[in-house]
Every structure is written in C-alpha cells, then in structure tokens.
Design a protein around this ligand. Structure first.
Ligand SMILES: [Zn+2]
Length: 172
C-alpha cells in the first residue's frame, strides 16, 4: 500500500523517532508499505518519519544498474558502528523535499548494524551511494534533513519554495 509522503517543513520531519526493538507483524506490514511507497515515488530510500510514523525504521534499494536484481532492504533500529575518515560528496535529494538538490559531504563508507524483519541483528559495510543513502535515512530518524548541511541562505530558500508549494497544493 502506498502511503502519502510528508513534505518539508513538517514538525514530524524535525523530531527524533523511537526505537522499535523486536518487529511484529504490524512493523513488517509497515516496511512493506514503505518499500511500495519508495519504489512508486520513485526513490532509493525512505524513512518511517517521512510517512508520519515516528519509529526508527528505513528502507532502501540503491541498485540502479539495468538488469541487476533489486535489493530491497528494511533496517530497524540502525546504528552507525564505524565511519571512514575518507569523505565523499554526493548531490542529494529527498522525497520530502521534491525537486531540490544539494551537495552534501559525508563519510565515504559506514558500517551499520540493524535489526532485520525477522528480529535478527545484522551488520554490513556500505560504500558509494549505499553509504550516502544509509546516512541520509538515519539522519531522518534523528530529525535531520540533508538541507541542514547546506548554507543557511540556501536552506531558507528551499524551505520557502516548499512552503509556497504546500500552499498551492492546499488551494488546489
Ligand atoms: Zn530524505
């Protein structure tokens, strides 16, 4: 089931989400809805607060190559266990901030632990786009957006554009 995605500014996108612990059937259904919503958007990552659920869960699939099997992942209570000193800059976007992009510098590789949908703890090292995406999504669980890394002028400009877009949508 596709869920509506919250658009910045929204207080739920600025709040810290709470730990889940062992996932139940409801949490598995939520992860499934989030993957549907992410692929439909389309996007490569989506965090639960973006659909108004203040729980520490995000989904991602950064496979972009033609002919390569998709790799849908759902990460519950993710923790960044290690970050590389080497940094990487990607032009990031966000499903909650449509059509706005900005360069963000983050560690090039991260090792993340998380609980999977069966309740088992997993751990994996991510690089490239996967590393950027995982850090962007974990930021969402802490109420942080990619525009928070941009210069204040640019952040304010994007926020004003989003406010205007939401006003126009509300009128339509
Ligand atoms: Zn985002």
């Amino acid at each position: 089931m596709i869920r509506p995605i919250l658009i910045h500014p929204d207080p739920r996108l600025k709040s810290r989400a709470t730990e889940i612990g062992t996932p139940d059937a409801e949490m598995r259904a939520l992860a499934s809805d989030m993957l549907d919503t992410m692929y439909d958007a389309p996007g490569i990552g989506l965090a639960a607060p973006q659909i108004g659920v203040m729980k520490r869960l995000f989904v991602m699939d950064c496979v972009k190559e033609e002919g390569v099997e998709p790799r849908p992942m759902a990460l519950i209570d993710p923790v960044i266990e290690w970050s590389s000193d080497e940094m990487n800059t990607y032009e990031e976007g966000c499903l909650s901030i449509p059509d706005q992009y900005g360069d963000v510098e983050r560690p090039a590789e991260v090792e993340v632990s998380w609980t999977d949908l069966d309740g088992a703890r997993q751990r994996e090292r991510f690089a490239g786009l996967w590393a950027t995406c995982a850090q962007h999504e974990i930021d969402h669980l802490d109420g942080k957006l990619f525009i928070d890394y941009l210069k204040p002028m640019r952040r304010q400009m994007i926020t004003r554009k989003m406010q205007k877009m939401k006003r126009e949508q509300a009128r339509a």
